[in-house]
Design a protein around this ligand. Structure first.
Ligand code: NJP
Length: 237
């Protein structure tokens, strides 16, 4: 039967490109995000299923996961950054948003779907963290701490799932040109564009290609952690 995948945050950027790649590779893809109009268009194009999903809302996660069949691949991609400030000037609402979306969102989705991934007999959890899961930078404490925590959550599963038929891959991107910077700077296009000064950023398909590769390895092969950054991106930026 046709393999199945769930991609969270599939209404733009890396999630959308990943849904397209996995569908092209033969998966039936269940795409989730809050902007359901975009999802419906995408699902029609790729022959998948659009389902509204807010990973920060337990009821929404329960409704989303309750209608799914056995799942072979879960891509925990929904996430992002908001604001840029020192700890001294931290906006607690921005921090809460980053932790709820990146960390608790990944926890809710993974916890809810692990039984369906185990049931598959060869499940794969791909979690999109960031190079920020391995570095710190000034004014970036909210995002880097959330991405570190999301990474630790994902890596914890390696031990807990030993002996179970689930593979675990963490993908840690550097700068990728998506709506990420627009969200971070709350629609300020000038600020968002400056992020890519002096470097040629990755595009979403660069990440999606690698996820397609991960999902097509034979079942005894686990790709643990893959860091993908633009050639010219400096560490800590
Ligand atoms: O960003 P963007 P990316 N519930 O803004 C969704 C990481 N990353 O593709 O709900 C459900 O185009 C949102 O959908 P919607 C980054 O941290 C990126 O770059 O409709 N979904 C949208 O589809 C993130 O984990 C860069 O608004 C929610 C998607 O998330 C992942 O890559 C660098 C949601 C975000 O798409 C994808 O981000 C890096 C919710 N509550 C890591 N909230 C980079 N681009 O440079 C948001 O190191 N979404």
């Amino acid at each position: 039967s046709q393999p199945t995948a769930v991609v969270t945050g599939a209404s733009s950027g890396i999630g959308e490109a990943t849904a397209r790649k996995l569908a092209a590779d033969g998966f039936h893809v269940f795409v989730g995000a809050r902007r359901v109009d975009r999802l419906e268009k995408l699902a029609e194009e790729i022959g998948g299923t659009a389902l509204q999903l807010d990973v920060t809302d337990e009821d929404s996660v329960a409704a989303f996961t309750s209608v799914l069949p056995t799942i072979d691949v879960l891509v925990n991609n929904a996430g992002g950054a908001k604001g840029l400030a020192t700890v001294l000037d931290a906006d607690l609402e921005d921090w809460r948003w980053m932790w709820e979306t990146n960390v608790m969102g990944t926890l809710r989705m993974t916890k809810a779907l692990l039984p369906k991934l185990i049931e598959s007999g060869d499940g794969i959890v791909v979690t999109i963290t960031s190079i920020a899961a391995f570095e710190t930078y000034d004014n970036g404490g909210g995002y880097t701490s959330a991405k570190h925590a999301q990474g630790v959550l994902h890596r914890t599963l390696r031990g807990e799932l030993l002996g179970k038929p689930v593979r675990l891959t963490e993908i840690a991107p550097g700068a990728v040109e998506t709506e990420f910077s627009l969200v971070r700077f709350e629609g300020d296009e000038d600020k968002a564009a400056k992020v890519y000064d002096g470097i040629e950023p990755l595009v979403a398909a660069d990440i999606a290609e690698v996820i397609g590769f991960v999902a097509s390895r034979p079942s005894h092969v686990n790709l643990d952690t893959i860091v993908i950054r633009p050639r010219d991106q400096a560490p800590g930026s």
